[in-house]
Structure formats: structure tokens, C-alpha cells
Design a protein. Sequence first.
Length: 780
Amino acid sequence: MSSALAIDNLDIWRTQLGLMPVPLFGQQNERRHVLLNGGKGNFCLDLTGDAHDHGAERDRAWSADVGHYVKVDRDTVRVWRWDQSSAETYTRGLVADNIVKFQTYLEERQPSKTSSVVSHFMSIYRQVRTMLGEQVTGPEALQAFLYLLASADEGQNGAVTRIDWSKLPRAQELAGSLSDLQRDGLREDMIRVRPGDQLKPIIPLVLRHASGRLFQEAHYLVELDPQLSFFGASEAKKVGRDSASGAFFTPSPLVRTVVEEALKAQPPINADITVLDPACGSAEFLREALRQLQMRGHTHRVKLVGWDISPAALAMARFVLDWERSQSNLDVEVVLEQQDALRLDSWNIGARLILMNPPFISWQGMGDAQKQRLTDRLGALASKRPDYASAFFYNAVNALPNGGVIGAVLPASLLDGESYVELRNTIAAEVKPHLIARLGSHTVFADAVVDAGLYVGVRGQLDRPPLAVWSNHKADSSARALRRLRSITPQTVKGYVADNGDFSVYAAEHLGQDGRSWAPRSYTAYRLLQEIHGLPLAKTLFDVSQGTITGLNSVYLVSREYAENLPKGERKYFRPAVVNNSIVDGVLNDTTYVFYPHGKGLEIDSEEMLLKKLKVFAADRLLPNKVALRKRSRIKPDQWWVLSLPRQRLDAVGPKILSTYFGGSGSFAWDPDGRYIPIQGYGWAPKTAEIAGCEEAYVALLNHPLTDILLSGVSNNLSGGQWNLSERYVNQLPLPKLLPDAPITETLIGMGSALNSGESPDRDLWTRAVYQAYGLKLQA
Ligand SMILES: C[S@@+](CC[C@H](N)C(=O)[O-])C[C@H]1O[C@@H](n2cnc3c(N)ncnc32)[C@H](O)[C@@H]1O
């Protein structure tokens, strides 16, 4: 019963809410902690019970970059939000009885980020840059900023004495080049009470809890011209975040989870340990590893090795790790090197722990040298167009000693992409997964839209199945799934299932054991796929083909009204098109048309003929866009009006099932006359004569909500939740083989035909028929 919850016990907060406590000031036996949740809802928890210690609560929360300061006293719980001057007081019993609601309440009442401690220090960094002028580069100005920041830590043995400045050679000199007045002004801004909201920065807390985010923000600004600072941070971010080095940063909840799980994956290491991050950025992984090793009672020597190509990242890493080391009671060695990790022949430095969020760079985004290095590293495993991160993954696995652990953030495509089958196969032979996660929210990385996965594995054998972690597209699903992990131990993994519509965490016996997809799916989909295992896959029954590519939809796609108003002779060049809103609830509409001068004697051989046959359309749409149309790839300059890639083979199929490009159940329709040209969509033509004539029955199956569950088992979603219906995914959908004269086929054909004409079949009968076709039992 929750009423008995002793909320003055830190463990209650950890176990009941899955929060991770980190000592506020980093001292032993401290009774003040920062409780880390996920992206939001982190707070300070003060269990000192010290009635005389008051006045600095808001400053502490603000400086530690969390929303609230919560103080548990004998009878009350007081809550300060840093942007509000007074505390709210609750009875202790009320909070103890409603601890989950209390957490949600904190999560939902976050102060605005615009006045956060990170924004405050970023504005100071921008001042430093402007003061130093354009001749000083971004990374150099950062060194000066770090020096000023460390100097502002006034306490005994302040931060400035704890950093090895010889590794940041321009820091002191550039800070010294500012006038006394400038330096004093900057220092004042770093330590004094802010006039507006009366908040005072506490530098040790900023360094301990906010430096990760602070340095990430700084890094985005580092590469920019100082002029850009006048536009403010949000403008600058757009420029800074999309670099060809794949340098977006890892949000703290992900770093924390990867490190926690990597340390859980193997029994504690009672020996000296080397930890490597081959693309360390500002060393968030290395710092977290040191913190967590210490919190777990590690007593031996720790060597932290970080490589990165970016000098600015290394400057921050140097600062972060020197500072962290100075706070740690462990014997810590830090080795940071500017390295292109893929140029190194071997990563074999005896690291038992390799932690990383390597650069994600698509093949198209790489320069020639990067492509070359990647293919050299992957050797025979390089297939099609791999992501840069795949070579980091492969190298890391090869460098692990037996029993060593890898914890990595990876592009989700690596988990299920066809180009990585051999790579997965090879890695699976060496490393056994402890955890594989696929995070459905594409905004896991605050500002980069990235489809990410996590992999934690051990070289050698493991005596338990891996944990599969899946979350859907909703904003907080990933954080909730990751929080759930905190209560699972290697001993409780076997048979573990936590399933909620938005995320699942479960033991998945066969996951990550060979080259097949490693992408975890929702538990419901996982179970359903197991239940209908053995049914043919869509690819054996249908030829699913991508539709026509026009090369410039804004020119070629027109509304039905537009097409109807063209002169009669021109109308025959237009066909109804399938675009993303052409199929709604299984009903096909022809509100969009496409210019289609292909097949049926409609070819246009010369510009002269074009102008003659399509006087109106050519004058209205084609000629004004001639330059852009000629620039399309695959186009011959003397045939600039044709579509980039018409799919005449698909068109020649005639009647076919159509789907949109993105969607789910409700996105499939039957085109009995073969009139439609899929543009943002796909055509499904039977591969075998056995099922010919049953297409409408398949339409009834595909439009049923069960398809959404199956799609969640084989496809990936967009940020809005729609499934990708490309052939590479839907080919894996299990489908029953429906034969024309079977009664169930007849029933389903009736339903498919009703659906296509806009009538909904009786829901229960429809479900019963679909389940029967799949051979599934309906739960009462
Ligand atoms: C996605 S970031 C992650 C950094 C760090 N883990 C973090 O979260 O702050 C990738 C990092 O890889 C670095 N990088 C890119 N290419 C590299 C290479 N070839 N060798 C080493 N580091 C590289 C970038 O400079 C960037 O700091």
C-alpha cells in the first residue's frame, strides 16, 4: 500500500518511479540528490530534514538544470519551482499516497527553457566570442570561456585548479587578452544574483549537472561566425546541427541508460578497467561511466579513453573529465586524443567497456574519403549504402576482449536494414545482446530527427535472453520505456514482460542472434507474429511495386477539376493518381490526377508535338518549368516533358491492389480497372495465379485494424505514427493464402467490396472473418 511509503527513503523514489539518484554536490553519504527521470521531470530531492537550511532551493534547482527542488520534512513536502518565488506545501501523507501523481505533476509543470541556466551561460559564451572578435576561432573562444567559467568557481580548491590547462593551450592566454572591465563583467554575470528573477548561479552545480547540455549548446555555436550570435540561439542551432560529422549530441537519459545497462550486462569488474568512447564528443559517456562505476562501489583504477575529430569537442571533454576526476575518489587516468577513429587500424586497447554514440552519416551525406574509409573498415561486409556508424559498431565489437561490453546508440536502420544482414550475422556470432532497443519517437534527440536504436552486448556467452525495448512515436514513450529498465536485473530478465500500448519491454529469446532483423517490436506484435508464424509472407503472394516517380510533383499533379477543364484532346493524357490522401478508410478517390504521356500510344516524341497536342497544359505548367524539368535526373534533354520514372510494367498489370506510401489499415484499395497511377503509393499484383480473383478479400484483410499490429511488427513509423508501406517492409507481412472457392474468401470479398464503396462491414463479422482467415482464435 502506498500510504506506508517512507518517502524520506531515497530507494522509494528510485524503485517506485524508476528515477536515478545522483548526489547533488557529489559528496559521500549526501542526503540531497538530483533525481533523473528522462528528458523532463528531473528534480532535486532534499532529505536532510534540515529546517535551518533554506534560501538556496531555487538556485540549486536552476543551477542543476532541473525544474524543481523538493524538500521532504517531518510532516510536509515543500516544492520550489525555480521560476516561482514561493514554495508550495503539501502534507507528507498526501505525497506518499500519490507518489506517481506527484511525479506527473512535476513533469507537467516545467519552467520554460528560455531562462534556464544553460541559456544564461550560453549568452555569456556568446559575449566572449563577440569580445574576442572574428580572428579567434570558435573552438579557441570556447577554451577562453571554459577558463573564465572555471575561474568563477570561487570555493576552496576551485575548478580552475583542477583542470590541466596545458591541454587547452589558448584558454588562459585568450581569457587574459580581455580587458579587466570585460573579465569582471563576465565574471559578475557568472556569479551574481540575476536582477529579474533573483536567481544566483552555483558554479559547482552548473559544472556537475548542466555542463553536458551547456557544452552541447556551445558546440553548436562554436562553428559559427560570431555575427550569427545576434540572431539568438535558436537561429544558430539550425545552422550548427546538421554537419557532415554526424555531430548531434546524446541526450542525458540515453547516455545514462546505455551506461547503466552496460554495467548491468556483466557482473561487477573487480579490477582496473579501461573505458573507450571512439567518438566521444564532450565525453558524456565517459563521465557517466566514471560516475556510475563509483556509485556501484568500484574501487580499482579507471582509465577513460576518448577520441574525436573535433578539437572543440575535445576541449569540452578535457574540461568535463578533469573536473569529474577531481571530484572522484577513484584513481582515474584520462586519455583524450584527436583521432579519426576510422583511420586507426585497431581499437584494441584492452577496453572492457566501449560506449559510444558514433556519427550517423548516410551514404549520400558522406564525402569520398569517408566512403572509402567506411568500405575499407567493413571489407566484405560493406553492402549497398551503409551508414558511417556501422563501421564504428563493427570496429568496437572486434576490439572487445572476451567478457567485454559494448553499449551503443545506433541508427535504427542497422537493426533491420537489408544491407546489414551480413554485418548483423557476423556481429551476432561474436557478441550476445543484453538489450536491444528501438525508440519510436524520432525526437529522442532534442533537435535532430533521428531514428535511433540502442544496443548493449557482451562478447562471449550470456545465460539469459536479451531484453527487447520498443516504444511508439509518442513524445514520452521512449523515456517511459527506458525508465522501466531500471527495475529489471539480469536475474529477473527471463520471462519478463511489461507491455503498455505505447511501449514494451520483454525478454525476447531469439532477438539479435543472427542476421535477421534485430528491431524489437511491440510485445503484442511479437506475440501475434509468433502465433501466425508459418503463414506465407506477402512477398511470396504479391509483387509489391513502387509507383511512378514524376520528378516534380508540383508540375505533374493536378486536381480533378483542373484535368476536367482541359480541352478534350488533352484530357486523355491524365490519369487518376494515388497520393497519400487518395485512400481513406479503404475508399479510393480520384481528386488528384497526373500527367501521364506513356503507353496506349500517348508517347510524345518532340517538343513540336507536345505544343500541338497539349497546348493548354504545356503553356500553363510545362513550359514555365522547363528549366527545372530538364534538371531532373534520368531525363534526356530532348524529352524533358516526360516523367522521371514511369512504371509502365505496373501500369500494364491492369486491376491491382493499391496502397498509399504511408498509412496503415484503411490505406489499401482495389482498382478494378487499373485506371490509377500510384505516385506516392504502391501497387500489389498477385504473383501466383492461385490467388487471382481474391484481391478484394485481401483488401478486407489489409484494411482491418489487425494489420496495424502486424505492421508494427514489420515496419517503421513516421513521427506522426503512420507506417511505412514500402515493399521492403510490407513484403514481410504474413498473409494467409486465400483460394477463390473457399467460403471464407467469398465472405471477405464481400467485405472488401463493401469497404471500397464506402460501406463499413459489420465490425464483429469482419473481425471474425479476418481472424478465421489468419487461423487465429478470437478471445471471448
Ligand atoms: C553523435 S556525436 C556523439 C558524441 C558524444 N557521444 C556525445 O553524446 O556528446 C558523434 C561525435 O563523433 C565525432 N566524429 C565524427 N567522425 C568521427 C571520426 N571519424 N572519428 C572520431 N570521431 C568522429 C563528432 O565530432 C562528434 O563529436
